[in-house]
Write a protein that binds this ligand. Sequence first.
Ligand SMILES: NC(=O)c1ccc[n+]([C@@H]2O[C@H](COP(=O)([O-])OP(=O)(O)OC[C@H]3O[C@@H](n4cnc5c(N)ncnc54)[C@H](OP(=O)(O)O)[C@@H]3O)[C@@H](O)[C@H]2O)c1
Length: 324
Amino acid sequence: MTLSSRTACIFGGTGFIGRQIVRELARQGVRIKVASRVPERAYDLRPSGTVGQIVPFACDYKDEGSVRAAVQGCDFVVNCIGILFEKGKSNRFDKIHTELPARIAGACADEKVDRFVHISALGADESQSKYAKSKLAGEQAVLEAFPKATILRPSVVFGPDDNFFNMFAKLAVIAPALPLIGGGQTKFQPVYVGDVADAVMAALTRAAIGDQNPQGKIYELGGPDILSFKEIYETLFEQTARRRALISLPWGLAKFQGAVMNAFMPTPLLTADQVVSLKTDNVVAEGALTLADLGVESTALSTILPTYLARFKPGGRFHGKKAA
Ligand SMILES: NC(=O)c1ccc[n+]([C@@H]2O[C@H](COP(=O)([O-])OP(=O)(O)OC[C@H]3O[C@@H](n4cnc5c(N)ncnc54)[C@H](OP(=O)(O)O)[C@@H]3O)[C@@H](O)[C@H]2O)c1
């Protein structure tokens, strides 16, 4: 498939998921604007395309005109902007997950963009966390402004640059024990970042007729493995050849720790709101539209994790090899 006559704008294209989407679009020949508050963050993406194919685009999200300029002339728009915790006045969930997507969706409608894909989060309609509530309100605002938008709700996303397995792997290197929040029973369905990018491609390119038309639909993206938090740690220990003690942390104490970290750390490892998120399983709902409905075959953790977690083994990739 070649899409070389098409132009896309990726909001949050400098992030973990956004980068994968930019690379996939570039591979398919699409011209891409990477919208960012700091366009320099997109400079290293340029070699993923031909000369001039990937263009960093400075966007001031407070200015409607700036958002509109970003989507002007685009066939496809994808919104991957998101935050994990609130800090200061501008980094608030309602602003980033609700008001901004609404502004982008409105600009897409005004500029007659063909397809708009919005990345939300699994559990948006169930969890009582502030994060999830702002994501759900964001979905509703997007569909109101651009009814043909496709909403993708991934579970925790894994891949070489992820912030989840890598963070716990780094912690396991320095910490003698890791916390099992609420006993570690919360279930996750980790989804590979390449599969999320493939889902975006399908949402942008599938025919607009018949059952397969992805427009105006919500898809829940989970991989083939469903694991409890405790099982995720076990998998991590196996992949990094580092076993650590697991200490059960009651909900109340975890929430208190999260609140302290959020108040005092610039990038908190845990927040009170994330503890609330952990009270709800993060798995694809029965009857939901899934990766399979977008024609994407999901990738197992066991296929991908060894490719980037081996570096955390004592001695790195050559761990366990005997001298010749
Ligand atoms: N990663 C996961 O496991 C996961 C799971 C479920 C859902 N999601 C959702 O998927 C989306 C992408 O996630 P990700 O992991 O790729 O996130 P990420 O790596 O943290 O990237 C987020 C992007 O958002 C932009 N951004 C951050 N703060 C902003 C602000 N205050 N104003 C405007 N833009 C801001 C950043 O762009 P600039 O700094 O360049 O402006 C960055 O490129 C998010 O909506 C997230 O909630 C992610």
